[in-house]
Design a binder for this molecule. Structure first.
Ligand code: C2E
Ligand code: CA
Ligand code: CA
Length: 558
């Protein structure tokens, strides 16, 4: 019973009285007015309209069976098949004993006979019906979290939207609370200790939300969510939690004064976005979702939204960045990397750094990459036909691409339809793709190599492969990440670069250095044993027309 009162804070539940006789409406209304908010309908059609308009708010309907227009029975039939409306309990008011049975068979919750019984009887029946239905909803929407006895996510979202209707004109806040390095607590002190921490946290939050007209749930693992009336300051939550155990550090992300037009789950995504910002700082454990985060979010939403039309309107262009072999005295063009660019009609040039990670998150990358590979295939054929010469071009392959069952077929189709071979297109796969799901990746890469593709391991040094794993990696070229080149010459210390080159030698594969910008760097890397250079020193990524000149130049020197 407690639960029911606290969920709605100070607000009253809403009841619809559908009854055509004025006197009866008044009597019922007066009996119920002190405990409930009431709306009235004097005929069936009006009742139906009000039900639809208030479907998420109504706790109960008192329905007279005999009314002009749409009768109570007809209304019951209509409601029975409506997903939303059938969740609202209906108590039928009737003087006709036959229709009692009919209405119960149409799933009326209960009935109240006319003339009305005593006031206390009516009140008790109504209250009991409402409680039964609300409990049924809780059970229907799934149980509570077993460990903490808090609501779980689904039910919490459901109730958050009910809270919205009760606090229509009140500003609400969405909070996401989690524990820093919870897995370490689990590892060090054991699961049962971890469970104890979660339970204690839940108990404290449960007490807190009572004071701020809110609800709380455990979303997953160590993540809790609170939805409540707006507060100016939330440091009191941290204070309360600290009293229990000051060694545990919590962080709170807050989306305050939520926009009630957005989905509940999005509101909590925003709070989470804010809490994700709290990374290293020990002193700052509360972060608010703000305009900047919002702008970034909107910007990204726009990019995702515009993706489709961008593909249609050819806004994506493939640029080529030459790679030069420096083993001989005179460097020569040995291949190129295809890099995508987006020329957006209103946003202008967008760097792949802005959209590639985003598209990797939502799967759009597969279609974009396929487009790039197709463009490269067509271009290579064109150069072969028109210039009688071309160099291999490497394309970027995202980890997600490789999960596509059609992945290898797609590549082979491009190769075959352009009369190319698997030697003409190299594949760049980042080191981190190997480390995230090594067995499956290695299997796919082996298949690709079996078909004749050369695999360049991209961004090497940032993926944290174990030395053990490196020796088994199926690769043909190792691409040293730009960061190492940059750091080496900023700090005048090439030790790490040397180390990586040693690994390449051990694996018996050539090394490419990326991001090489000066002659000094080229000379130094050459001395250290780098075979191929890609970087602004030779050329930035350029459109196909400009890259064509590099091909012609190379052809003419052969
Ligand atoms: P990446 O594969 O490591 O590509 C190399 C990046 O380094 C490119 O940035 C290139 O423009 C830049 N770069 C090359 N030489 C220099 C240099 O001397 N100095 C500096 N400062 N930068 C240099 P870009 O084109 O902005 O691409 C960024 C990332 O976006 C790429 O990193 C790659 O991960 C991704 N990407 C680009 N195109 C595609 C694509 O078609 N498919 C996929 N999946 N990813 C792509
Ligand atoms: Ca690359
Ligand atoms: Ca790279």
């Amino acid at each position: 019973m407690n639960e029911h009162n606290f969920i709605f804070g100070s607000k009253k539940r809403l009841i619809l009285i559908a009854e055509d006789e004025y006197v009866n409406r008044e009597i019922l209304g007066n009996i119920l007015m002190s405990d409930y908010d009431i709306i009235y309908a004097e005929d069936g059609n009006k009742a139906y309209e009000l039900m639809k308009d208030n479907s998420d708010k109504l706790s109960l309907i008192l329905l007279d069976l005999i009314m002009p227009g749409l009768s109570g029975l007809d209304l019951l039939k209509k409601v029975k098949d409506d997903n939303k409306l059938s969740n609202i309990p209906i108590i039928v008011i009737t003087s006709d004993s036959m229709s009692e049975e009919t209405s119960l068979s149409l799933e009326a919750a209960d009935f109240i006979p006319k003339p009305y019984p005593r006031e206390t009887v009516i009140k008790a029946r109504i209250k009991r019906t409402i409680m039964l239905y609300e409990d049924r909803r809780i059970i229907n929407y799934t149980e509570r979290d077993i460990l903490t006895r808090l609501y779980n996510k689904e039910y919490f979202y459901q109730y958050a939207s009910i809270l919205d209707t009760y606090y229509k004109d009140t500003n609400m806040d969405a909070l996401v609370i989690d524990i820093r390095h919870f897995h370490i607590i689990n590892d060090r002190f054991g699961m049962s200790y971890g469970d104890k921490v979660l339970k204690a946290t839940a108990d404290i939050l449960k007490e807190i939300v009572k004071k701020i007209n809110g609800i709380v749930c455990r979303k997953e693992k160590d993540t809790f969510m609170i939805y409540c009336n707006h507060q100016d300051n939330y440091s009191f939550i941290l204070d309360e939690l600290k009293k229990e155990d000051s060694s545990i550090i919590y962080r709170i992300g807050i989306y305050e004064n939520v926009d009630k037009n957005t989905d509940i789950s999005i509101r909590f995504d925003r709070a989470k976005l804010a809490s994700d910002r709290i990374k290293t700082s020990i002193n700052k454990n509360i972060e608010y979702y703000n305009e900047k985060m919002r702008e970034k979010e909107l910007y990204e939403e726009q990019l995702v939204h515009d993706f489709e039309s961008a593909l249609r309107n050819n806004e994506f262009k493939v640029f080529y960045q030459p790679k030069f072999n420096i083993e001989d005295n005179t460097p020569y063009l040995s291949s190129a990397e295809a890099l995508v660019r987006w020329f957006h009609p209103s946003l202008g040039f967008i760097s792949p750094g802005d959209f590639i990670p985003l598209f990797e998150e939502n799967g759009l990358i597969q279609r974009l990459d396929k487009f790039v590979w197709c463009e490269v295939g067509k271009k290579l054929k064109e150069w072969k036909d028109n210039l009688g010469f071309f160099v291999p071009v490497s394309v970027n392959v995202s980890r997600i691409d490789m999960y596509e069952p059609d992945f290898i077929n797609t590549l082979m189709d491009i190769i075959n339809s352009n009369n190319l071979t698997t030697k003409d297109i190299y594949l760049e796969i980042t080191e981190s793709a190997y480390t995230s799901d090594s067995d499956q990746m290695i299997e796919i890469v082996n298949e690709l190599r079996g078909l004749g593709f050369k695999i360049e391991m991209d961004d090497f040094g940032t993926g944290y492969s174990s030395l053990n794993m490196i020796s088994e990696l199926p690769i043909d070229v190792l691409k040293l990440d730009m960061v190492f080149v940059r750091n080496a010459y900023k700090k005048n210390d090439t030790k790490i670069v040397e180390f990586i080159i040693d690994i390449a030698k051990y694996l018996n594969v050539p090394t490419i250095a990326e991001g090489v910008e000066t002659k000094e760097q080229v000379d130094s890397l050459k001395t250290l044993g780098v075979d191929i250079i890609q970087g602004y020193y030779f050329s930035k990524p350029i459109p196909d027309i400009e890259f064509e000149k590099f091909i012609i130049d190379r052809r003419n020197k052969l």
